[in-house]
Design a protein around this ligand. Structure first.
Ligand code: TXA
Ligand code: MG
Length: 348
């Protein structure tokens, strides 16, 4: 299959590319498109056969359900049995935006999408291109992140192509994603709203609107099966093994310097994924990706996956990443780093 790549710099009121993309979706094809979190790999969310195409293109395990993207409240209401109070508050405060609600679904949602669960994830993206595409398609769009299963999510069209060129009908290039980490997932079906995947809508923001909010125990490293099936896999992983180093100031610098020295002795090529502040204190001859300033978590989130992917075509044997704070957006960043490393963390 040849992937048709189109670039949209400024969305027109009637955009020929979006019209074509919507036609592909309606006829059961696959379109990768930008959202404010990461790029999605879209198909008609009411068509079981189209959904099967997503699993095939990504090499995704079939027990990992897809989330549905809607453009408005009416489309959402058609899919779910009820909208609990928690979901109503989330919709008012955060939709459209980088958040996915887990809700009980109606029979229209095929079990090929939900992996047979009685719940479905629903997200109303804020990105103009995503919204126009869903509106024109006239159906909810099932869309996981547009990467090969297990790899870092794509935040640019080039990253989508690196994984899926020739496996999808169309790719809409809308520039780099704003947030760079996938949406916050909140299970709204229980007594207490529960975060299954942290994201740009932070625990602090949710607590302010919802009161008490739980965190899925699987997220804090406990030996429990996560409630979001996809969170159980090693994920977001670069090709080289990754080690995360935590710690403060001089201890952190010393530990990085020790690892660099050790690698040189073993003739191993290493890559570093670090803050601008730490990079200044490390040798300049190491392959280094600077993810931003320690004081700007948004910038770190936005560049993290590009950073992980940037080492794929370099000869590195092992990657070392500097941990961030776990406050606010830091919780999402550290969740992705922990999963990318398979929880391989050193405390300096
Ligand atoms: O930001 C995002 O959410 C992006 C963009 C494209 O919208 N999408 C995304 O989809 O990250 P995906 O498939 O890569 O991640 C969705 C996660 C998976 O871990 C999946 O297991 C979980 O949501 N999930 C889906 N349906 C679920 C359900 N009914 N209950 C619990 N978890 C669910
Ligand atoms: Mg994904």
């Amino acid at each position: 299959m040849k992937t048709n790549i189109v670039k949209i710099n400024k969305l027109e009121a009637v955009d020929a590319n979006i019209i074509q993309a919507a036609k592909i979706i309606r006829s059961g094809g696959l379109v990768a498109f930008p959202t404010e979190t990461v790029y999605g790999l879209g198909a008609n969310g009411l068509d079981a056969k189209a959904a099967a195409g997503i699993y095939a293109a990504k090499g995704r395990p079939s027990d990992n359900p897809l989330i549905l993207h809607v453009c408005d409240f009416a489309m959402l209401a058609d899919l779910v049995v009820e909208i609990p109070e928690t979901a109503k508050k989330i919709i008012t405060a955060f939709c459209p935006g980088p958040i996915t609600m887990i809700l009980k679904h109606k029979a229209v949602v095929p079990s090929a999408i939900t992996g047979g669960l009685d719940t479905v994830g629903i997200r109303m993206p804020d990105d103009d291109i995503a919204r126009a595409l869903i509106r024109l398609a006239g159906v909810p769009i099932a869309a996981p992140s547009a990467n090969t299963s297990g790899r870092p999510s794509p935040t640019t069209a080039a990253a989508v192509l690196a994984d899926l060129n020739g496996k999808i009908d169309m790719l809409i290039d809308g520039g780099a994603s704003t947030f760079g980490v996938e949406s916050t997932i909140v299970d709204c079906t229980g007594l207490l709203p529960t975060v299954l995947r942290p994201g740009a809508i932070t625990m602090e923001m949710l607590t302010e609107v919802l009161g008490e909010v739980a965190l899925d125990p699987a997220l804090v490293g406990a030996d429990v099966v996560p409630k979001a099936p996809g969170m159980k896999y090693r994920h977001y992983a670069p090709k080289a093994p990754l080690v995360v180093i935590k710690g403060n100031c001089t201890k952190l610098v010393d530990r990085f310097l020790a690892e660099i020295k050790d690698a040189a002795l073993q003739k191993k090529q290493i890559g570093l994924i670090v803050s601008a502040e730490l990079a200044k204190k490390l040798p300049t001859d190491c392959e280094t990706f600077i993810y931003g300033s320690q004081t700007d978590l948004s910038a770190i989130a936005a560049s993290l996956y590009e950073g992980l992917r940037s080492f794929d075509d370099k000869k590195v044997d092992v990657l070392f990443a500097e941990a961030t704070s776990e406050i606010g957006l830091g919780l999402a960043i550290m969740n992705r780093l922990n999963k990318a490393s398979g929880f391989n963390t050193i405390t300096a």
